[in-house]
Design a protein around this ligand. Structure first.
Ligand code: PAF
Length: 281
């Protein structure tokens, strides 16, 4: 496994590998790897000749009062995990390498970013699409892998790739969960023991929403109220949003008639956690 921290070296290496006819799978991450990242890597390993993983805590996708400085970082640990999952190249640039003095170009996807986290974290997706488009230019992947836990992010990136005619297949793979259902996230490390126990309620609430839909409930209002009713008794959790949106445009729906994304975001202690399920009536 190689670790590369310069864009110019990465461009040269990818050019050589592509000339040799190698297909490239790409797993973009912000590090502090968990099973979610590793399962994306193992899938990439199955589909492509070599796997590139980027590890870059992207400053421009964090708001002023968010956790950029605190975001967990441990490159040695990540290197070991990446190696064990079969990563061939880690791209590990510095902020100065990605955004040198005078950097001025940003990529923005309209519409899909209006709701959910786009609404509660203004500027977040502009940061994500900017860095991912730079990474796509640098790594030139044939297939890029994202987790459904960040469903809105994955849809926004897929739209960006489509609109900008990027020749990359954006694949979205199922959320990887802890045994008790909590979606894996690097931010789970912020949780105290008590907060970690309470966090289980997020998936329980989503599962009970799923049961309601399967039982024939179509009123979004009632389902959202039921989800909030399960979460609210946990006083350590503050709800940011609970929303039901269609999976095409990510617009809130009042009645469930087709496939929907039931998504939530909450604050627990120092962490802001998100989770979702996709369901059709
Ligand atoms: O999901 C993440 O870890 C990040 O948002 C990503 C896609 C690596 C862009 O910084």
């Amino acid at each position: 496994m190689k670790t590369i921290d310069k864009i110019s070296r990465m461009l040269t290496l990818i050019k050589i590998l592509k000339k040799e006819g190698k297909s490239v799978g790409f797993v973009p991450t912000m590090g502090y790897l968990h099973e979610g990242h590793l399962s994306l890597t193992r899938q990439a390993k199955k589909h492509t000749d070599l796997v590139v993983m980027s590890i870059f805590v992207n400053p421009i996708q964090f708001g002023k009062n968010e956790d950029y400085d605190k975001y967990p970082r441990d490159f040695k640990r990540d290197e070991e995990l990446a190696r064990s999952a079969g990563v061939d190249i880690i791209f590990y640039p510095s902020s100065e390498e990605m955004y040198p003095e005078g950097y001025a170009t940003y990529v923005e996807v309209k519409g899909l970013t209006d709701s959910l986290c786009g609404d509660s974290r203004p500027g977040h997706f502009r940061g994500v699409t900017t860095v991912v488009s730079k990474l796509f230019w640098i790594v030139k992947p044939d297939i890029a892998y994202f987790g459904q836990k960040d469903a809105q992010q994955a849809y926004v990136i897929r739209k960006m790739a489509q609109d900008l005619n990027m020749d990359v297949d954006v694949r979205i793979l199922p959320t990887v969960r802890e045994k008790d259902g909590l979606a894996m996230s690097s931010r789970n490390t912020y949780l105290s023991e008590g907060e970690r126990k309470d966090a289980v309620v997020l998936y329980q609430a989503l599962k009970s929403a799923e049961e309601m839909v399967r039982g024939g409930e179509t009123e979004s209002k009632k389902i959202i109220k039921a989800i909030e009713g399960i979460i609210k008794p946990k006083s350590r959790i503050k709800i940011d949003y609970v929303s039901i949106v269609d999976t095409k445009r990510l617009k809130p729906v009042s009645k469930i008639t087709g496939e929907v994304l039931i998504a939530l975001a909450v604050f627990i202690g120092k962490a802001r956690l998100i989770d979702n399920i996709i369901i059709a009536p």
